[in-house]
Design a protein. Structure first.
Length: 215
């Protein structure tokens, strides 16, 4: 199973969702993201949120076009996106792709990046991707990982999410590394590129955010 979640971030940060609207995908809308999905002809299976970012007319439109809604009060401990992600994780999908979670408020962006830790914390095999118009981001734990060249996202950055990442090795890259100790706040691994169709990266300790980007 693949689950796609559209949050309520700015529309101008969204990729072309038609590229991700596969037949076997379950769509979930979050707050204003539900409205954005419906406007693109995509009917989500579920809608999550307090819906404080839509007008009364828009809310009526959502209620008339979505089969199941899970509504919450604005005063709650989790964000709407976290509630949707919790539900998605409980379905044990192979992949979760999150859209509409970047742009706008910086606190929301940082919180949404950290939500990807759900899969690591729960020791799940679910892969979580944060995707916008210019970026694809995901987390990796220690080990050796393959990475494929993408002309649509040629820049690859490796950013520590923990205080440090140990023994980072990059092979098949324009700027290779060998067993480097990378601390939180370092910009050493920003904007690298693959020099062949495939490369590998490996490390022995820490958590990395891998960000694939284009201008």
């Amino acid at each position: 199973m693949i689950i796609h979640i559209l949050a309520g971030g700015p529309e101008d940060h969204l990729p072309d969702l038609r590229l991700y609207n596969e037949a076997d995908v379950v769509w979930v809308g979050v707050d204003r993201g539900v409205f954005h999905l419906l406007n693109r002809g995509i009917h989500p299976k579920l809608a999550f949120g307090d819906f404080d970012s839509v007008s009364k007319q828009e809310l009526t439109y959502i209620e008339n076009n979505v089969g199941e809604m899970q509504r919450f009060k604005p005063e709650k401990n989790e964000t709407d996106l976290e509630l949707a992600l919790n539900w998605a994780m409980n379905q044990h999908p192979k992949i979760i792709r999150i859209f509409g979670a970047t742009g706008g408020r910086l606190d929301h962006l940082l919180a949404n990046v950290q939500l990807m830790i759900h899969s690591l914390r729960e020791q799940s095999n679910t892969e979580i991707y944060l995707i916008d118009r210019y970026n694809i981001a995901y987390l990796k734990e220690p080990g050796t990982h393959n990475i494929k060249k993408m002309d649509s996202a040629k820049y690859i950055s490796f950013v520590p999410l923990t205080l440090a990442v140990s023994d980072l090795t990059l092979e098949g890259f324009k700027y290779p590394l060998k067993n480097r100790y990378i601390t939180l706040g370092s910009t050493l691994c920003i904007s690298n590129e693959l020099i062949s169709d495939y490369g590998t990266f490996s490390f022995s300790e820490g958590i990395l955010i891998v960000i694939r980007s284009h201008d």
